[in-house]
Write a protein that binds this ligand. Structure first.
Ligand code: MN
Length: 231
């Protein structure tokens, strides 16, 4: 038997300090996981984490030292940046407890959860799924993955985004409402995690619109920068 058409290439992210690649299976994202961002979205109560997904092939992979390009997407007038810490899963499992969760993390990267905010709000306000707002092509830029063996567990440190050299978002990973270990506990109670899964852990306050030509530079302490331009 043969495939009726050529299967898509495996999506993979470079690994810092190595020629190896991290093969991606799924992309999970956490919604409203910093208090100040929840407030700017109109919510104030602490609630259990909730999740949405992006397709693996929505990644825009940006190797170390390069500037990636992402096309301004169709179907929006309000295209937003969300800088996020990304946890890369190396050991799968289900019903993982927080106390045991960090051993499942293989590495970390800087990511952007790009969002068609107008579409997201239109869907949210009607109680409809968020795919139009979140799961579009090129919606998930990501820098190279740094192995935990190099960077250690990222539980605190600055998370920051500049657009055209001006500060837009700045916070600290320690302000995550649900930290990486707790997020894995909640997520793995509903989905069996597997090697290759990425978790976009949520964005701090300061989200805003970008337009064609803008240069986005994201950083998390201990990880390589992510630079990507809207084209
Ligand atoms: Mn997000």
């Amino acid at each position: 038997m043969a495939y009726v058409f050529a299967p898509p290439a495996q999506v993979a992210v470079p690994v810092v300090g190595s020629n190896d690649l991290f093969a991606v299976r799924r992309i999970y994202c956490v919604g409203r996981n910093y208090a100040e961002h929840a407030k700017e979205m109109g919510f104030s109560d602490r609630e259990p984490p909730f999740f949405f997904m992006k397709p693996a092939d929505s990644l825009v992979v940006v190797p170390t030292g390069q500037i990636g390009e992402m096309a301004y997407p169709m179907g929006t007038q309000n295209y937003h940046h969300e800088i996020e810490l990304v946890a890369a899963i190396g050991i799968g499992g289900r019903e993982i407890k927080a106390a045991d969760a960090l051993r499942h993390v293989w590495g970390y990267a800087v990511g952007l959860d790009m969002t068609r905010r107008d579409c997201q709000f239109a869907m949210r306000d009607k109680g409809r799924p968020w795919e139009l707002g979140k799961a579009f092509d090129q919606s998930a830029p990501i820098g190279p993955i740094t192995p935990v063996s190099t960077c250690g567990q990222i539980t605190s440190g600055t998370i920051h985004l500049d657009v055209n050299g001006a500060k837009r978002q700045s916070s600290d990973v320690s302000k995550l409402i649900w930290n990486v270990a707790e997020t894995i506990e909640h997520l793995s109670a509903y989905f069996e995690l597997a090697p290759g899964d990425l978790i976009y852990t949520g964005t701090p306050e300061g989200v805003g619109a970008v337009v064609k030509g803008d240069l986005l530079e994201g950083r998390v302490d201990g990880l390589g920068a992510l630079k990507v331009r809207v084209v």
